[in-house]
Structures are given as C-alpha cells and as structure tokens.
Design a protein around this ligand. Structure first.
Ligand code: COI
Length: 356
C-alpha cells in the first residue's frame, strides 16, 4: 500500500457535537486504479478532488456502483466494522453485473481497515454515532464509445454520522414508477438505481410524502423496497419482508434484522408481500408496523401509507411494543459492543495497521 499522510489534517476543526452527515469528510481516502487489465497498488492519500473530464465513461454510461457500511467506536474507544465481508461480496456482485473488474479482498479489507485506522479520531463516540463509509467503483476511461471501459477507479471515502431522531415518515405506495425490473440491476448498488429514484421521490414529496414504497414493475401488486431501504411489515405479531431477487437488494441490515428476529423467537415470513394484504390488514386493525431498514438510517418507522390517493394511518406503538424499535436497539447494541455478538458480526480494527 502506498501511504501519503495528510500534511494539512482538518481533524482539529471537527466538532463531533455539530457536523453535517454526508458533507463532512475524514482526512484521508483510498484510491486504486485499474489499467492495462489489472488493478494497481492501493493508495491511502489525503481526501480531496481527483481530476476527470466530462468524457469519463462512468459519468456518461453509468458504469458505477458503491457500498454503504459503518464503523463504530465503543465506550473504551475500540473501533469495529460491522459485517464488512458482506459489503465485499456485494460490491463484487455489483461489479460483475456492471462489467466492472472485480476487486480483491486485500484491496477492499486492507484499504478499509487502513483508512478507518488512520482516521479513527474522526469516529464520533456515543449513542447512534458512527462513521459512514462509502466504497465506490467507477469507470474512468476518457472515451465516448458505448462499451465496457478499460480504466476504472476503486475509492473509499467516509463521513461521520450522527445520531439523529428520524420522525416517523409517511410513504407512498408506488402504483406507477418502478425501481427495478426482472433481469435488471435492482439487486446491485448500481449508482443509477439511486439517480433514477430521485424524480419519482420528488413527485411523491410534492404530494406530501417522504418516501416511496417501490412495488413490482409489472403489476404494482407486491412490495419490493422502500426509499433506499429494504422494507418490513408487521401484521399481528408476524413480520414479513420481500424475498431477495434480482430486483431486491440483499441488504446487510435486512439480513441482520431477520437473524436477530428469529433468535428472539419472532415469527418471520420471507416471501411475497402483497399490497392488498397490507391495505386489508390496515383496515381490519391487524397491521401493526411498517418500516424500512438500511445502513445509513438503520430503521425508518412509517406513520402512514398513501395508496391511490388514500391516506392510511399506522398505529403509533410505544418503544416496548414496537418490534422495529426492539430490533434496531438489539442491532445497535451489537454494533457498538454494548451486547454480546452471538453471530460474530463485529470486526475489530486494530491500531496502526496503516503504518504496517
Ligand atoms: C444505505 O442505507 O446504506 C443506503 O444505501 C443509503 C445511501 C444511499 C445513503
């Protein structure tokens, strides 16, 4: 690994009580370039802009994908990654589908650990605090031929994430726009999946909703995802979530919720979640909760659903009654080393790896 430490670190200006998630970046980043059929040496360098032209293929043709993951600091200052091997597997799954050369475990894990280690001071400590890490892979070749690029970059940047209370949101069940199609790229973290969701989301916001529950592109009869998250529904005391497919992202938080729920003895059904069943359950009072899960927000609890012009209220449960809150707390306790880790999910980031 080539290491170039920042000569102008900004850490002394970082206020963990007052910063903005997603726009504050740690002092360093990882980059690695692919050229002549192979990945070069991984570099740990100061965070900052890198020059490209508007003819860069990643921008023109969207050959780009990313990951979202977090590092947590426990009460003793130890730093942990959460299930990073899942993100490594998934970035290569996305890469394969987008015809981007796959990356090695050493590039991903080695780069990740070195970056988190060198900038560990940037990880805020305390309730709901973490470092949000964004590995990204994109085509850098300067060419306008519509074909697979021959030059790529793998990079990792990171932004501190704070604990923010997310007020229960109101979501619109889509009966027109779709996020993914059979045979498409919905199961990957293709950058374009997110770009294509912004306009329908803006339309829903103009109608007073915060997010969209994406439904299948053929019939709009089945739940798929919610906003940038996987979706869960609780009817009576059973929780339901759509089965992953080539349209649905295999979310790390989704999988963790399922495993924790099963261990707690909660009834879990992974399969089709039919819009009409959810609406019927709301009408007959058996619909208890609907929520989204993802790395960034962990859990977003829904207060209401909009469907074909009708607004359906959801019950407001106490924290003790809510499965969503219980599962979120159990997960956060594992992530931040406040509870046992029965699944072996935490990965300690040892000190001074970057200088090794
Ligand atoms: C995540 O929760 O990791 C996401 O994918 C959301 C991200 C686009 C901010």
């Amino acid at each position: 690994m080539i290491i170039q430490k920042s000569t102008n670190p900004r850490i002394s200006t970082f206020d963990p009580q007052n910063f903005s998630f997603g726009t504050t970046f740690i002092d360093h980043m990882i980059i690695c370039e692919y050229e002549n059929g192979k990945w070069g040496e991984i570099q740990l360098i100061p965070y900052g802009p890198i020059g490209f032209t508007p003819a860069m293929m990643g921008v023109n043709y969207g050959q780009a994908c990313f990951e979202g993951m977090k590092a947590y600091k426990d009460a003793d200052g130890q730093v942990f990654l959460f299930r990073p091997e899942k993100n490594f597997e998934r970035i290569n799954k996305s890469a394969k589908r987008l015809a981007i050369p796959e990356i090695s475990e050493e590039m991903f894990m080695g780069g990740l650990k070195a970056l988190v280690d060198i900038d560990r001071e940037w990880i805020p400590q305390g309730e709901g605090m973490s470092l949000y890490i964004r590995p990204v892979l994109f085509a850098t070749e300067e060419a306008l031929k519509a074909r697979i690029a021959s030059k790529f970059m793998f990079a990792i940047v990171a932004t501190p994430a704070n604990s923010y209370y997310t007020a229960p949101v109101s979501v619109k069940i889509s009966d027109h726009y779709s996020r993914a199609a059979n045979g498409g790229v919905g199961a990957t973290k293709a950058a374009g999946n997110y770009g294509a969701s912004f306009y329908p989301t803006q339309m829903a916001m103009e109608e007073g909703y915060d997010q969209i529950i994406w439904t299948d592109d053929c019939s709009h009869e089945y739940f798929e995802e919610s906003g940038t998250m996987n979706v869960f529904v609780r009817i009576n005391d059973t929780i339901y979530t759509p089965k992953t497919s080539d349209k649905i992202l295999d979310g790390v938080t989704r999988d963790s919720f399922l495993k924790i729920a099963r261990r707690k003895g909660i009834d879990v059904v992974v399969g089709n979640v039919k819009v009409s069943d959810v609406i019927d359950a709301q009408r007959n009072g058996t619909l208890k909760e609907v929520w989204g899960v993802g790395t960034a927000v962990v859990t977003s609890i829904f207060a209401g659903l909009g469907y074909q012009g009708e607004h359906l209220e959801l019950p407001q449960l106490s924290d003790e009654e809510s499965f969503a809150v219980q599962l979120k707390n159990d997960l956060l306790n594992i992530q931040t080393n406040r509870a046992e880790d029965p699944f072996g999910w935490r990965v300690l980031v040892e000190e001074n790896i970057y200088s090794a």
